[in-house]
Design a protein around this ligand. Structure first.
Ligand SMILES: [Zn+2]
Ligand SMILES: [Zn+2]
Length: 256
């Protein structure tokens, strides 16, 4: 599912910002330690307008990050109140603008407004789309117990459970090991059925196309390790079957 292009982009930025905290980042440390790191993040999302690039601006954006993260755990009405507050505080006035390579899209603040205010207004507008479409259920916390990541699931079937392929692979491996290295008999009908359905699992073209295929975390079972897999949702036994079949098909010579 998709919202307007600028909403999708704002949501992607919101998630990237929220996941810079130590508990969610790839590096395992806070990835917004200084103004330069903030600049890098903003550049990656083609942010325009005023940048002070100082500690005060950084602190304000970090506060915005906390606010944003909290919205992912709110019920719908509380999220609405938070978003209305963000828009009100920023005195948001939605206007269509066109600049650079960007076709008409929404801005809600002046380009010279403080960065944190612009971030809240832009993300606030995107969340307006999510909330009034009653799609808040797609704003989720990563299901990996050791991860503070958040994500917005825009996949068609809305079944993503992890913030990243990294978490999906890790949790898949944990589930795999807890099943005794995939020696899970009892896979039975479910396993076989899904193996077929998932197209022989050749390296995790799976659920959300992450395709990373678990790249040999340690070989086995990695096949279906992509984004949103296995295990923890009770389909465990069945998926053990899938994994084994996948491996059988996906195996490269000399591996095993
Ligand atoms: Zn713009
Ligand atoms: Zn995660």
């Amino acid at each position: 599912m998709h919202f307007a292009p600028d909403t999708d982009e704002a949501l992607a930025f919101a998630v990237a910002l929220a996941n810079t905290v130590a508990g969610a980042s790839r590096s395992g440390v806070d990835e917004l330690p200084d103004p330069a790191s903030l600049t890098a993040l903003l550049d990656a999302y083609s942010y325009t307008g005023r940048f002070d690039r100082d500690e005060q601006e950084l602190a304000a954006v970090r506060d915005t990050r906390d606010l944003l993260r909290s919205i992912f755990s709110m019920d719908r009405d509380s999220a609405v109140a938070a978003v209305n507050g963000m828009l009100q505080d920023a005195k948001a006035l939605p206007q269509l603008v066109r600049h650079g390579a960007y076709d008409w899209h929404l801005h809600a603040t002046e380009p010279q407004a403080p960065l944190d205010e612009r971030v809240r207004a832009e993300i606030g507008l995107a969340l307006v789309d999510v909330l009034r479409s009653d799609e808040q259920g797609r704003m989720r916390l990563c299901a990996a117990p050791d991860c503070d990541g958040v994500f917005v699931d825009l996949s068609r079937n809305g079944s993503k459970r992890f913030c990243s392929v990294r978490c999906g692979n890790r949790m898949n491996m944990v589930a795999f090991r807890s099943r005794g290295g995939g020696d899970g008999a009892g896979a039975g009908g479910v396993g076989a059925g899904r193996a077929g359905g998932d197209g022989a699992g050749a390296g995790g073209v799976g659920v959300d196309g992450a395709g990373a295929g678990g790249v040999g975390v340690d070989g086995v079972g990695a096949g279906r390790a992509s984004g949103d897999g296995a295990g923890a949702d009770g389909a465990g036994a069945g998926r053990a079957g899938v994994d084994r079949k996948s491996v059988a098909h996906a195996q490269t010579p000399g591996r095993q």
